[in-house]
Ligand binder design. Structure first.
Ligand SMILES: Nc1nc2c(ncn2[C@@H]2O[C@H](COP(=O)(O)OP(=O)(O)OP(=O)(O)O)[C@@H](O)[C@H]2O)c(=O)[nH]1
Ligand SMILES: [Mg+2]
Length: 318
């Protein structure tokens, strides 16, 4: 992620503006509005390039098999090359990044091409609807591209969210950030601001996840708690308590920290993909954010109690 503190500073003003209008809307997002139809459930898996989105999706599918829950994945990355989950639908069948880059009339580079592809998807949601209509037992992960502009201000993702909601999906925004870039206060603030910007733009129940914990050093792991539920003013005071930084800069950082604190909206769930309990904890938190299970019948006892004990589930048939 190429965000620097200078980028972060540019955000401050617009955040104040956006927040004042949208906070109440965010709060309303968790009281879904279609009581008469059977909802479907989904996660929009987002985050910067390489933050672990596709790996997260395949680990969730595998974890779903362990707890006997049917979790499926739609690949929404037109540039995807490697993922190892079975796909329910794949945007590359509709449009591939190469289509936008190789076309003589379009001639996009990789970044503009990706935006073009997502806009093309937005104009062809009926394609997606057809793919999703084939599914009965719906808990669907949408594996998104790693270009953060898509989440922060380009309309295509917001249009996707609104369309899925129209199709009775209860969607959580799941925002992944690589922990290795987060355990340093200045980088942390940049990450927090993009996560926050995504949350404000998409107006979804939102869960931030810190990935790749298995790669952290012992020392970094010890420090982790300070970043999962951060006291930003303290973190930033420590980071910038140095004469190299001007008072103006320190004040600005302090203003950002206070603003984020005031909204109490930024927390991170730790995810160690090598640990089944950690994956399960993240899934349960997201389930709770989208009220997964409220409309489902409690699971019936099976004939073989041992079989039942061996496979933990959140208690519902999905
Ligand atoms: N050690 C470790 N490696 C991980 C983890 N998650 C992802 N990786 C690795 O990080 C790299 C990027 O992972 P992806 O899942 O492709 O990340 P992505 O966010 O889908 O990337 P883009 O789609 O390109 O934006 C791959 O080499 C993964 O094997 C993790 O939890 N631990
Ligand atoms: Mg990916």
């Amino acid at each position: 992620m190429a965000f620097t503190n200078v980028d972060v500073l540019k955000y401050v003003e617009s955040f104040h503006r956006i927040y004042s209008g949208k906070l109440h809307f965010l709060l309303r997002a968790s009281s879904f509005s279609s009581p008469f139809t059977m909802p479907r459930y989904g996660q929009l898996v987002m985050g910067p390039a390489g933050s672990g989105k596709s790996t997260y999706c395949s680990n969730m599918v595998r974890h779903g098999e362990v707890i006997r829950r049917n979790i499926q994945v739609v690949n929404l990355d037109p540039a995807a090359e490697h993922f190892d989950y079975p796909v329910l639908a794949d945007i590359r069948e509709l449009i591939h990044l190469d289509d936008a880059m190789d076309d003589e009339a379009l001639r996009f580079g990789p970044n503009g091409g990706l935006i073009f592809c997502m806009e093309y998807l937005a104009q062809n949601f009926d394609w997606l609807q057809e793919q999703l209509d084939e599914v009965e037992d719906d808990y669907i992960l949408f594996d998104c591209p790693g270009q953060v502009e898509l989440y922060t201000h380009i309309p295509a993702m917001k249009q996707l969210v609104e369309t899925l909601q129209k199709w009775d999906f209860r969607i959580a925004g799941v925002y992944l950030i690589d922990s290795q870039f987060m355990i340093e206060a200045s980088k942390f603030v940049s990450g927090v601001m993009t996560a926050l910007s995504t949350m404000v733009n998409l107006e979804l129940p939102h869960v931030n996840v810190m990935t790749k914990l298995d790669l952290l050093s012992k020392k970094a792991k010890k420090d982790l708690d300070r970043y999962l539920d951060p006291e930003l003013p303290v973190l930033l005071d420590e980071e910038f308590d140095n004469s190299r930084f001007s008072n103006k800069f320190k004040k600005l950082n302090s203003a950002i920290a206070t603003m984020i604190e005031d909204y109490s909206l930024v927390k991170f769930l730790p995810l160690d993909q090598t640990d089944e309990d950690s994956i399960n904890d993240v899934l349960l938190q997201i389930d709770s954010a989208i009220q997964y299970g409220e409309d489902l019948e409690p699971r019936e006892m099976r004939d073989d109690p041992q079989d039942e004990e061996e496979n933990f589930d959140s208690g519902f048939d999905g």
